[in-house]
Design a protein around this ligand. Sequence first.
Ligand code: ADE
Length: 220
Amino acid sequence: MKIDIITLFPNMLKGFFDESILKRAISKGLLEVNLHNLRDYSLDKHKRVDDYAFGGGAGMVIQIEPVDNCLTELKKKTNYDEIIYTAPDGEMLTQDLANELSLKENICILCGHYKGVDERIRQHLITREISIGEYVLSGGELAAGVIADSVVRLIPGVLNDEQSALSDSFQDGLIAPPVYTRPADYKGWKVPDVLLSGHEANIEQWRYNQSLERTEKRKR
Ligand code: ADE
């Protein structure tokens, strides 16, 4: 999968892709990530990419021209399956949506900033708007990171043990059961006996019951 991210703050994301599972996906050749600085696509001599809102009001708005220039350049090389704009009022990111996106080959993510982007960008230049929750972040960079992480870990081969993505919470509509590791007794806080019993069927049953209980609790 290739993910192109258009941002005013590429440094916010650089470190993110240089760690852990995303880094491994890149080094295994399963993921390519390119960060594009929107400012590089400004034709303005001061490299401005934003301006005041027509009609007044507080906050700056990202202009359509640099975004269009950038996307036009990128589209010369890549045929995108989705061009995503990160927005608090977008479609909510869920495990189902992450699964759907993990099947795509080429994704572009445009990170918003300031008061947002010129509405015509949303109308004409992107294919999808995704929110990571009903709260407002200062910019779309964290949202882009969250989207990329949730999607990339689902690409076959990215995780060492593919089971661990299949048994993630939400993958089967259930929250994952609790897990424990050594020591079995820490300051009197004990691991449930069943997990130490070696009885596989009982352990499976216990895990399933715990999943059901947790899923039920979350609904309340
Ligand atoms: N940009 C600002 N807030 C956001 C959110 N909650 N989700 C996605 N993008 C955003």
